[in-house]
Design a protein around this ligand. Structure first.
Ligand SMILES: NC(=O)c1ccc[n+]([C@@H]2O[C@H](COP(=O)([O-])OP(=O)(O)OC[C@H]3O[C@@H](n4cnc5c(N)ncnc54)[C@H](O)[C@@H]3O)[C@@H](O)[C@H]2O)c1
Length: 335
């Protein structure tokens, strides 16, 4: 299959591209390699796939409408996975424009590209942050999510709404995946595991927000990639039982689906740090701080729908995933 992936120099997009190339698909990869975090890490990820004979490297900005029209016209992908985004909850308080440009304008361009070029299925990244002020656990795609706590979260919820209109108006099958804190080798330097590792090894104190009382549904990268591929292979279908009188938020009379994709195993932040300390053979000095603006205290994914529809079965406990991350980190940075 010919699959267009956006964000192929990114953590998840790169891991996904690798797996799709391994199974024989053709991959068109778009990334603008922006400097939100270390560009050399993005380059190093890309170097793992760039020379593959079925990979085409496209250096463009998804917010560039003309460039996106050209890429879709030239490559005519059958399926599309949109992972390019301005990620990060906290940074959205500092630089809101980046979220508007990539997550809203850019996503609009992806929808248009799919609409005009007969794409069979669009899978796109949403986020557990859409649950915002919700407290009913586990978080379910059938709950209302009208109370986002950051512009990042609002941009992801907006993507779900935008996708629904294209599924409804143009019969474009779309599936939104709400990712829950993804971690693992080749991860993101702005995320906790990466920052903690760097600081603990350097003998610097780590900032632990919400006084360490967070619980997160940490999800290992291989489990995420497996779920994305299973979803990609299963285009969204209309729900024949959907009723506008009692509207279900995760399905529609149009070919539209939303799923949570998480480990379904919330872990105390303090336990996550202990596992990291054991693997590094070093104790962390902790700065205990209040909850940061925009952050949510706990996340916990209800993944029953993804299990039922595509057989999703996350299998990596944090003890194993953190150990694999630390092995990769030591090897990559030579520490
Ligand atoms: N990693 C997580 O825990 C997590 C959790 C929830 C949601 N998500 C979502 O999953 C997706 C992938 O996340 P990730 O962790 O791999 O992030 P990432 O930042 O590592 O990857 C995103 C990639 O997209 C590229 N990009 C950004 N803006 C672009 C633009 N305008 N044009 C072209 N390329 C652009 C970046 O250069 C980067 O390589 C994102 O949509 C993110 O919001 C991730």
């Amino acid at each position: 299959m010919k699959i267009l992936i956006t964000g192929t120099a990114g953590f998840i997009g790169n891991a996904l591209a690798q797996r799709l190339l391994e199974r024989g698909d053709e991959v068109i990869g778009i990334d603008n390699l922006n400097d939100y975090y270390d560009v050399s890490l993005k380059e190093a990820r890309l170097a793992r796939i760039r020379d593959h004979e079925r990979f085409t490297d496209v250096r463009e900005d998804i917010a560039d409408r003309e460039a996106m029209e050209r890429v879709f016209r030239e490559h005519r992908p059958q399926r599309v996975v949109n992972l390019a985004a301005q990620a990060g909850v906290r940074y959205s308080l500092e630089n809101p424009a980046a979220y508007i440009d990539t997550n809203l304008v850019g996503f609009g361009n992806i929808l248009e590209g799919c609409r005009h070029n007969g794409v069979e299925h669009l899978v796109y990244a949403s986020s557990s942050s859409v649950y915002g002020a919700n407290e009913e656990m586990p978080f379910s795609v059938h709950h209302n999510v009208d109370h986002p706590l950051s512009l990042y979260a609002a941009s992801k919820k907006a993507n779900e709404l935008m996708a629904h209109t294209y599924s409804h108006l143009y019969q474009l099958p779309t599936t939104g995946l709400r990712f829950f804190t993804v971690y693992g080798p080749w991860g993101r330097p702005d995320m906790a595991l990466f920052m903690f590792t760097r600081k603990i090894l350097a003998g610097e104190p780590i900032d632990v927000f919400n006084y360490g009382n967070h619980r997160r549904d940490f999800t290992y990268i291989d489990d995420i990639v497996e779920g994305v591929i299973r979803t990609l292979d299963h285009p969204a279908q209309a729900n024949a039982d959907w009723s506008g009188a009692q509207p279900d938020s995760a399905t529609s009379a149009a070919p539209y689906r939303l799923y949570n994709i998480g480990a379904h195993r919330p872990v105390e932040l303090m336990h996550y740090i202990e596992v990291l300390e054991e693997n590094l053979g070093k104790k962390a000095e902790k700065n205990l701080l209040p909850l940061q603006p925009g952050d949510v205290p706990d996340t916990y994914a209800d993944v029953e729908d993804l299990k039922a529809d595509v057989g999703y079965e996350p299998s990596t406990p944090v003890e194993e995933g953190v150990a694999r991350f630390v092995r990769w980190y030591r090897d990559y940075y030579g520490v």
